[in-house]
Write a protein of this length. Structure first.
Length: 138
């Protein structure tokens, strides 16, 4: 009896995960305009970013080959990867939290890229020129 119950749980789990992926890809299609919103682009792009974040560059390169073959936009992967890197790699080994970071950045990579530009702009006031040592300006 116990084995039959365990088998039933294992059979149900893939269905739940497949539904979650389908729901996610439908959300991407609604929110991301252009080719980056296509299911194949989102799936391959997110996988490539996750692999890069886990330092599996060889596998990421293979995903990117497929991504390019489907005509998906390389600039979108670059922006989403930048967003994920700026949000930081989750400290725990929980792949779910990394997946959440990657998915969030795929849906909207812009906030993190804007945050990255802010510190550079904040170090110098608008119209201010950097001081050059030894120019005699007091």
């Amino acid at each position: 009896m116990a084995q039959a119950t365990g088998d039933a749980k294992n059979k149900d789990q893939p269905k739940v995960e497949a539904k979650t992926e389908a729901v996610h890809l439908a959300e991407v299609a609604r929110q991301v305009k252009g080719p980056a919103g296509l299911p194949e682009c989102a799936h391959l792009g997110e996988n490539a970013i996750s692999l890069v974040m886990r330092n599996d560059v060889d596998a990421a390169a293979r995903h990117m080959d497929l991504y390019d073959r489907f005509g998906c936009p390389g600039a979108y992967v670059r922006e989403s990867l930048r967003c994920a890197l700026l949000n930081g790699t989750p400290v725990t080994k929980d792949s779910r939290s990394l997946e959440d970071v990657v998915r969030t950045c795929w849906l909207n990579p812009q906030p993190a890229t804007a945050a990255a530009a802010t510190p550079a702009a904040a170090t110098q006031a608008p119209g201010q020129t950097p001081a050059t040592p030894g120019t005699g300006t007091h």
